[in-house]
Design a protein around this ligand. Structure first.
Ligand SMILES: *[C@@H]1O[C@H](CO)[C@@H](O)[C@H](O)[C@H]1NC(C)=O
Ligand SMILES: *[C@@H]1O[C@H](CO)[C@@H](O)[C@H](O)[C@H]1NC(C)=O
Ligand SMILES: *[C@@H]1O[C@H](CO)[C@@H](O)[C@H](O)[C@H]1NC(C)=O
Length: 293
């Protein structure tokens, strides 16, 4: 992978091609669905059968996770009859990766024949009605780093992936959002299901109170440090996207309020809700190939 040249465009088509060919040579799986597992949601792959795991460091050109103790594996497997690939461990802008590295796997999925990408993440609630443990279907996003020129599609456009000026008004598939809502209500979890706008900030610091208030004014329901670059690149190359975000904390909007959180309680809720999220994703995978487009 080239590191010189335009800072966000470091991979040539040949890089993507080589990695794809390598994976196609090493697995007989031909995934239709890719799942990008958020922090603490790596277990999503556990329900898959016929699993085959590759460590990122063994895959040519693949970025390698710098965070000690972070899983960094690509897991292939099947759920019901659907062939899937799971990304366990992913790359953040704040770790120093270029956005081309952050989004590298998405284009590999595209070249392997994936049609649908499910992104899961954790985020902090800006919307005061939300509660810790809520599951938010991402309806739309705000790409704040993109506004400032930190954008994964900066640089020469490769038409083999998509158009120069991609439309983003329908980045999150309406059909998949509806299906996710339906599955949640079948599983009895409509009570903590939300649909809202996710805002990406670069991090690594959490928001100041003034920043959090600004995000609220801008119409953000939750805020996190990931997901948007992957979704942008997925949409650019014509993949269908669903994003689910687990609310892990309430972002402070008030100078006077002393946050009193019971950490044991929060951890317990998160554990339960991560399991719910896993069931939702499993259901989605087994049904989303039927309900196409
Ligand atoms: C990689 O490039 C070769 C040669 O251009 C082409 O035949 C092959 O289909 C490409 N593979 C993928 C996965 O795009
Ligand atoms: C994939 O397998 C083909 C056929 O064995 C071989 O020619 C090619 O070099 C392999 N490509 C990679 C990237 O491993
Ligand atoms: C999701 O967002 C949280 C909060 O911003 C961030 O700390 C975390 O690394 C992200 N994880 C994934 C895998 O998306």
């Amino acid at each position: 992978m080239h590191t010189k040249g335009s800072p966000s465009c470091c991979c040539s088509f040949e890089d993507y091609n080589l990695t794809t060919e390598w994976l196609l040579n090493h697995t007989s799986q031909r995934p239709k669905v890719a799942v990008i597992c958020g922090s603490g949601l790596g277990l999503l792959a556990d329900g898959a059968a016929n699993k085959q795991t590759f460590r990122y460091q063994d895959i040519p050109n693949f970025p390698v996770s710098t965070v000690a103790g972070h899983e960094g594996c690509l897991v292939f497997g099947t759920i019901e009859d659907t062939s899937c690939v799971f990304m366990q461990g992913h790359f953040h802008l704040y770790e120093g990766y270029s956005l081309c590295q952050v989004t590298f796997p998405v284009r590999i999925f595209k070249l392997m024949g994936v049609e649908t990408v499910l992104v899961t993440n954790a985020s902090g609630a800006i919307c005061p009605d939300y509660k810790v443990g809520d599951i938010m279907i991402i309806k739309d996003h705000i790409n704040l780093p993109g506004f400032a020129g930190q954008h994964p599609l900066f640089g020469p456009n490769d038409e083999r992936f998509g158009t120069r000026f991609p439309c983003m008004s329908d980045a999150y598939s309406k059909d998949l959002r509806r299906l996710a809502g339906q599955i949640c209500s079948e599983l009895g979890c409509s009570g903590f299901l939300r649909e809202g706008v996710y805002c990406m900030v670069s991090g690594p610091n959490f928001e100041t109170i003034a920043e959090a208030r600004m995000l609220q004014v801008l119409g953000c329901d939750s805020v996190g440090m990931s997901t948007v670059p992957e979704v942008t690149v997925a949409k650019h190359c014509g993949l269908r996207v669903l994003g689910l975000s687990l609310i892990t904390n309430m972002v402070s909007l008030d100078y006077s309020r002393e946050e009193k959180v019971n950490h044991d309680e929060v951890l317990q809720i998160m554990k339960m809700r991560a399991e719910v999220l896993q069931r939702v994703v499993t259901e989605l995978i087994s049904r989303c190939s039927i309900n196409t487009h």
